[in-house]
Design a protein around this ligand. Structure first.
Ligand code: SAH
Length: 487
C-alpha cells in the first residue's frame, strides 16, 4: 500500500522519536505524529510523504495509552516549548533514560550501555515521590515538582496576524508567536513581568519588531531569577539604541519585590540570535546573583547559566563525585561558562583551569572565584580547541581530571585529540545532547578511555532534551579498579 497525502488511517504509536514525536508504522512505513505517545491508538491523517517515512496529524485518539495525561497548559498544542506535556512525567523520564542508552549503543558503539547507567534524576514533590516505583528513576524532591523550574525566560515580542501586540513563545517549527499568558515551566514572576510589558507597549505605543521587514523596536524580553536569592533581572532586547519612555518602564518594574537589574540588550542584526553583543543597564546592577549549593554566582545577561537550578545542583554533585578528587589534582574545566563547575571542583582540587569563549562569562567566573574566596582557579578566554592545545604544546600543562560541558554540538575534534594526548586519569563529560555525547564517547574510547558511569539528569521536564554526566577512565586505571574489585 502506498501512503497518500490527506488519507486517514488507524495506527498504534509504538515509540517516541528524537524530539518526542510519536512513531507508528503503516505497512512498514514509519509515520511521525506530534502530540502522541506510545500505546495510543489513533486516527492519523497523512500530511507529508517522503521516500522512507511520512508525517501525520492525529485526528483522534481512539484508545489512549496508559501513559497519556491531559496537558495542564492550555497552549500545549500550539506552543513549541514543551513537546512532552501529554506524556506522564514518569514515562518522560523513562523515555529520556532510553534515549541516552540508545545513543550510547547506536552512535557510541557501547555494547550494553544499561550496565553503566544510573537511574535518571527527576523532579518530584514529596507526595509524588512516595508513588514512584521504577528502578530507572531517582526522585529529587522539589517543592513544585517538575513545574515552574526555569530561572530564565526569553519571550519573543511581536504582532499576531491581526496586528495585535503579543508576547509568548514561538509555535513549533515557526516564528508565529503563541500568546502564552501564563507558562507552567517558567518562574511565576515572568508572567507578571510580561503583563507589565504588554501594558507599557500599549500605553506608549512602543513599536515591536517585525522579523520579515527587519523593522520595529522590541524583539524579546529576557527575565532571569535567582532561585536562592530572589533577585530578578529584566532585559529588553531592542533593535535600536534607545527605549522611548525608558523611565516609565523602569518605574513600572522596580516596585516588583526582588527586582535587581533592569537592562537593555542591543540587537540590530537580521538574525535568529536572540541577544546582541551589547547591554546597557537602565536601573540597578548589571547582574544578579544566585547560589548553587553553597557557592555564590554573579550572572550577567550575556552569560550562560543553567536554567534549572534545583537539578543543576544534582548535576554538579554528580560531576564532582565522578571527578573523584582528593585535593591533590590539577583539573581542566572546558566550556566553563561563569565558572560554575570550576568553582564546585575547586573546593576539592589543587588547581582548576577554566576555558570559555565568551569574555563576559570569564569576567563573571573570575569575579565569582573572588566572591567565594577561592584562590586555586585560573580562567582563559578562548575556544577550548585553541586554548587547550596551545597550553599543552607551549606550556606543557597537564591534568589528572578533565571536565567538559560543551554546547549541543559537542566537543571539537581538536579538543578531544588534545585531551587524549594529555592522558588525564578521568574525563567527566557533562552533555546536553546524547547524540554528540555518544559520538565523543566513541572518539575517547578509541583514544584509550573506557566508559565507566552514566547518569542522566532531567534538567528540562516536559521538553525532549536530556542532560547526562558520564565518567570515562583511562584504560589502565579502569583495569586496575576492576582487578582490585576482583581480589
Ligand atoms: N559549564 C558551564 C557552561 C556550559 S554551557 C555551566 O554549567 O554553567 C557551554 C558553554 O560553552 C557556554 O558558556 C558557551 O559560551 C561555551 N562555548 C561554546 N563553544 C565554545 C568553545 N569552542 N570553546 C569554549 N567555550 C565554548
Amino acid at each position: 500500500m502506498n501512503l497518500e497525502k490527506n488519507q486517514e488511517y488507524e495506527m498504534t504509536i509504538k515509540d517516541l522519536g528524537n524530539e518526542g514525536e510519536g512513531i507508528g508504522h503503516i505497512d512498514g512505513m514509519a509515520v511521525f505524529v506530534k502530540d502522541t505517545v506510545p500505546g495510543d491508538v489513533i486516527r492519523v491523517r497523512i500530511v507529508k510523504v517522503r521516500k522512507h517515512f511520512a508525517f501525520g496529524r492525529a485526528m483522534a485518539v481512539l484508545v489512549p495509552s496508559p501513559d497519556r495525561v491531559e496537558p495542564l497548559c492550555p497552549w500545549a498544542k500550539r506552543c513549541g516549548g514543551c513537546s512532552l506535556q501529554h506524556l506522564s512525567y514518569e514515562a518522560q523520564l523513562v523515555y529520556k533514560w532510553n534515549k541516552v542508552k540508545n545513543c550510547l549503543e547506536r552512535i557510541g558503539g557501547i555494547l550494553d550501555a544499561a550496565a553503566y547507567m544510573e537511574p535518571i534524576i527527576g523532579m518530584f514533590t514529596e507526595e509524588e515521590r512516595r508513588r514512584v516505583d521504577n528502578p530507572l528513576i531517582f526522585a529529587n524532591v522539589c517543592e513544585k515538582g517538575h513545574w515552574h523550574y526555569r530561572n530564565k525566560a526569553q519571550f519573543p515580542v511581536g504582532y499576531d496576524r491581526e496586528g495585535n501586540p503579543v508576547t509568548g513563545f514561538y509555535a513549533s517549527r515557526s516564528h508565529d508567536i503563541v500568546p502564552v499568558i501564563s507558562c507552567g515551566i517558567q518562574a511565576e514572576i515572568s508572567d507578571e513581568i510580561n503583563g507589565k510589558l504588554q501594558q507599557f507597549i500599549c500605553r506608549y505605543q512602543i513599536s515591536l519588531y517585525d522579523e520579515a521587514k527587519h523593522q520595529g523596536l522590541v524583539r524579546h524580553i529576557l527575565t532571569r531569577v535567582g532561585f536562592a536569592t530572589g533577585e530578578i533581572m529584566v532585559c529588553l532586547v531592542i533593535n535600536g539604541e534607545e527605549l522611548p519612555h525608558e523611565k516609565e518602564w523602569v518605574e513600572k518594574l522596580k516596585t516588583i519585590p526582588g527586582m535587581t537589574s533592569i537592562c537593555l540588550n542591543i540587537n540590530k542584526e537580521k538574525t535568529n540570535r536572540i541577544l546582541g553583543d551589547r547591554c546597557k543597564t537602565l536601573w540597578g546592577q548589571d547582574y544578579i546573583t544566585d547560589y548553587i549549593g553553597d557557592i555564590k554566582y554573579r550572572i550577567s545577561p550575556l552569560s550562560f547559566y543553567q536554567v534549572n537550578p534545583l537539578q543543576t545542583e544534582k548535576l554538579y554533585e554528580k560531576a564532582l563525585a565522578y571527578a573523584g578528587l582528593t585535593g591533590k589534582e590539577t583539573v581542566w574545566d572546558l566550556y566553563c561558562g561563569i565558572g560554575t563547575i570550576s568553582l564546585f571542583l575547586a573546593k576539592q582540587a589543587k588547581q582548576v583551569y577554566g576555558v570559555e569563549v565568551v569574555p563576559e562569562a570569564i569576567a563573571d567566573a573570575e569575579h565569582n572565584a573572588r566572591l567565594n574566596g577561592i584562590e586555586n582557579t585560573r580562567f582563559f578566554v578562548g575556544k577550548a580547541e585553541e586554548v587547550l592545545p596551545e597550553e599543552y604544546e607551549k606550556n606543557s600543562v597537564y591534568a589528572e581530571v578533565i571536565v567538559v560541558d560543551p554546547p549541543r554540538k559537542g566537543c571539537d575534534k581538536v579538543a578531544i585529540d588534545t585531551m587524549i594526548k594529555m592522558q588525564p586519569k578521568r574525563i567527566v563529560y557533562v552533555s546536553c545532547d546524547p547524540a554528540t555525547l555518544a559520538r565523543d564517547v566513541k572518539l575517547l574510547g578509541e583514544g584509550g578511555y573506557e566508559l565507566t558511569k552514566v547518569c542522566p539528569v532531567d534538567q528540562f521536564p516536559l521538553g525532549f532534551h536530556v542532560e547526562t554526566v558520564v565518567l570515562m577512565l583511562k584504560k589502565e586505571v579502569a583495569g586496575k579498579m576492576f582487578r582490585q574489585l576482583m581480589l
